[in-house]
Ligand binder design. Structure first.
Ligand code: IVH
Length: 689
């Protein structure tokens, strides 16, 4: 993710981007550390942080002393005493794929001598999702405990930590152990809550009408940040210890593995789900990392990845750090975040194609920083094949930006109260019989007059990607369909404006604006109209491809699938779908009606681009209102300078050009670490002053 963000073209862009990133990182750190109320998930935050760090590495001048990369990433609240850590509490570099993991190993191989490579081994540990704690013991007595804070100084929460039952107050914890306690011991670990305890706690809170915590990490942080340790004592907190920071007056500990064994012998809570692999066995390590990812939901505690560490402490010291991350450790994050919640109900939605999709109504749950209340269940077969029942505990996944989906039920948690679900026989909106065509997984409402289908089709038609009619959204679509003003998409251009003025909430100004928006959309390039029709498989990108060859929708209506198939990027599926659409009389009539109503259905073939192509190789997405360019002008400008234009932000986007009131695309670009530029920067990139 973060690693794929493209680098800005030059130092000017880099400086602006770095400035932006610093502000973003600070803002999200504040939400996370100070407010315990993160807006984005760890993965998304890491992407921002990593991009900033990469920029500062490429342009050392950008390394300002107040950059959040200079701190380990934290925030010290004022209400607790501060403790200076014996060493900075470092963070971990992230990996997101098996390739990243191999690349890390290759780097280690390059940095270590041949002799060291022969002895190289790794320890693999869960990455616990809780709150970092630093624990100090003097002569075996627990004397001080602190949070990570900003990495240099943490909050002193000794009294609260003393209430955590899995934390021994004396070492060795077992009085019968022959071990002598070390004179000084400082360890790092994670305070966390078991998933089941967390659920129980939240359920009780809800019963008592009190606030529930969004996730186990917030629970741990919130519980340890209580000024009254009596409250903390009532919280089911636990601790895993995963690093010996200082051992004085104890045995020589040459490796991480041995130091963990020592901490365990002293009675400190060291997680048993820890493995050691030699470098020769790296394939087995990779397989373990993969398998752990699949079974991590079965663990009693929450994890947000797995940590791989070089075992030898000597090699660790030699490998050292880059910035704030040790070279000797890596946090492997699994793609997409998953969570378990209850399936409260299954409802069906009618889409613009008439497809009826079952949707899960979920007990709200936090997944990678976002509260998820519904998820797709795809179709009838999906539910039947997986035996998903209403009332089940289900695993849901939110991968990247896609709509969350229900992955599978957890039948082992059934109580017997669960109910099987069947697809309704009639459309929940219009009451017409639903049809499932043979060989298809989807069920359709085939009533062309189904108002819900029309509402969805209108909503899509007027949307940003399509005809982009300002002030026209789902509310207007619902209203105008319900009023009987719209029976087909072209009716949008024949709305009875005087009648609309009489509707509640539709004053003159609003109607004039709406009408101006509708009028303006008549001039949109034809690829937008083609997109807006909502033909299956013909989204913005395909529509553009098609209209580079067909400059008139009237010509396109007559095109054979074979001819369409010739177009690069258009396969038989798309070609057949287009043919099918235009084989329906009412669809052909619709295009003719657009033409009659002066909506542009044909345009001149554009001249071949000439001149310099400074934007060649870059893909841009434009969003929001730009100061001087209209959306189309910006697109034309980009193309004229050799750049490509895409409709939605993805990992392949080089830049998001954002103006005023940029919406979800801006959020998405930030999440993916796609550089965001404004119109002036776009012009500068293209070589214009
Ligand atoms: S080692 C220098 N091991 O992950 C290495 N960290 O992204 C320091 N964490 O703030 C960290 N489980 O709170 C390490 N087994 C584990 C961990 C772990 C969870 C947390 C830790 C740190 C964050 C870094």
């Amino acid at each position: 993710m973060g690693s794929t963000a493209s680098t800005p073209a030059g130092p000017v862009e880099a400086a602006q981007r770095a400035e932006q990133l610093r502000a973003l990182v600070r803002y999200h750190q504040h939400r996370y550390y100070a407010l315990d109320d993160p807006e984005i998930g760890d993965q998304e935050f890491d992407a921002l942080f990593n991009e900033l760090r990469a920029l500062e590495a490429t342009y050392p001048d950008l390394h300002t002393p107040d950059s959040p990369t200079q701190r380990v990433g934290g925030y010290v609240a004022d209400r607790f005493e501060k403790t200076r850590h014996p060493a900075p509490m470092l963070s971990l570099a992230n990996a997101f794929s098996p390739e990243d993991l191999r690349a890390w190993r290759d780097r280690l191989h390059r940095l270590l001598s041949e002799e060291e490579r022969g002895r190289l081994a790794y320890v693999v540990e869960p990455k616990f999702d809780g709150l970092t704690v630093v624990l100090h013991y003097a002569d075996g007595i627990f004397t001080l405990g602190a949070t990570r804070g900003d990495g240099e100084n943490g909050e002193t929460i000794t009294a609260n930590l003393r209430t955590v039952r899995s934390l021994p107050l004396h070492l060795p914890a077992d009085q019968r152990s022959p071990l002598a306690p070390p004179a000084r011991l400082v360890v790092r670990g994670e305070a966390y809550v078991d998933k089941a305890d967390f659920e129980r706690f939240n359920a009780r809170q809800a019963e008592a009408g009190e606030r529930a915590y969004a996730n186990p990490r917030n629970f741990a942080a919130g519980s340890l940040r209580q000024l009254d340790s009596g409250i903390t004592a009532g919280r089911p907190l636990k601790i895993w210890v995963y690093q010996a920071l200082i051992v004085e007056g104890g045995p020589a500990l040459p490796s991480h593995w041995e130091s963990l064994a020592y901490l365990r012998d002293l009675g400190l809570p060291v997680c048993p789900d820890i493995r050691r692999f030699t470098d020769d066995d790296f394939d087995a390590l990779a397989a373990y990392v993969d398998a752990f990812g699949r079974r991590r939901h079965e663990l009693p505690y929450e994890v947000d990845g797995i940590v791989i560490k070089v075992d030898s402490l000597g090699m660790q010291a030699e490998l050292g750090f880059t910035g704030k991350d040790p070279r000797w450790a890596l946090a492997y994050k699994y793609a997409g975040e998953e969570a378990v919640t209850t399936l409260l109900d299954i409802v069906v939605n009618v889409g613009r194609t008439g497809a009826v999709t079952p949707n899960a109504v979920l007990e709200p749950v936090q997944v990678s920083g976002v509260v998820v209340k519904s998820a797709t269940l795809h179709n009838e077969d999906y539910i039947r094949d997986l035996d998903i029942r209403i009332g089940d505990k289900v695993v849901i996944k939110r991968a990247g930006e896609v709509i969350p989906k229900v992955l599978r039920p957890l039948p082992e948690l059934r109580t017997g109260e669960e109910r099987e679900w069947t697809m309704p026989e009639t459309c929940p909106v219009c009451g017409a019989a639903l049809v499932r065509p043979p060989g298809e997984a989807a069920t359709y409402c085939v009533n062309n007059a189904c108002p819900e289908q029309l509402v969805r089709a209108v909503e899509y038609f007027v949307g940003r990607e399509a005809m982009d009619i300002a002030g026209f959204g789902i509310k207007q679509a619902e209203l105008f369909v319900a009023q009987g003003y719209i029976h087909d998409l072209a009716d949008i251009y024949e709305l009875p404006w005087d009648d609309i003025r009489a509707l509640e909430g539709y004053g003159d100004k609003r109607v004039d604006n709406l009408r101006a928006g509708v009028e303006a959309s008549k001039e949109r390039p034809i690829h937008r109209l083609l997109t807006a029709l909502g033909i299956r498989f013909v989204g913005a990108v395909v529509a553009e491809l098609i209209t580079q060859h067909y400059h008139s929708l009237l010509d396109l209506m007559a095109a054979t699938p074979e001819a369409l198939n010739e177009i690069e990027g258009i396969g038989p599926k798309i070609a057949e779908s287009v043919r099918e659409y235009f084989s329906v009389d009412s669809n052909r009539a619709l295009i003719e009606k657009f033409a009659r109503l002066d909506v542009r259905v044909a345009e001149e073939a554009p001249a071949a681009p000439v001149g310099a192509q400074p934007l060649a190789g870059f893909t841009f997405v434009v969003t929001g209102t730009l100061p001087t360019f209209s959306r189309d002008e910006a697109h034309d400008f980009i193309k004229a300078h050799g750049g490509k234009v895409a409709g939605s932000v993805s990992g392949k986007t080089s830049y998001l050009v954002a103006g005023e009131s940029a919406g979800s695309k801006l959020d998405k670009a930030r999440q993916l670490g796609v550089p965001v530029i404004d119109e002036a920067e776009l012009r500068a990139l293209a070589g214009e002053a």
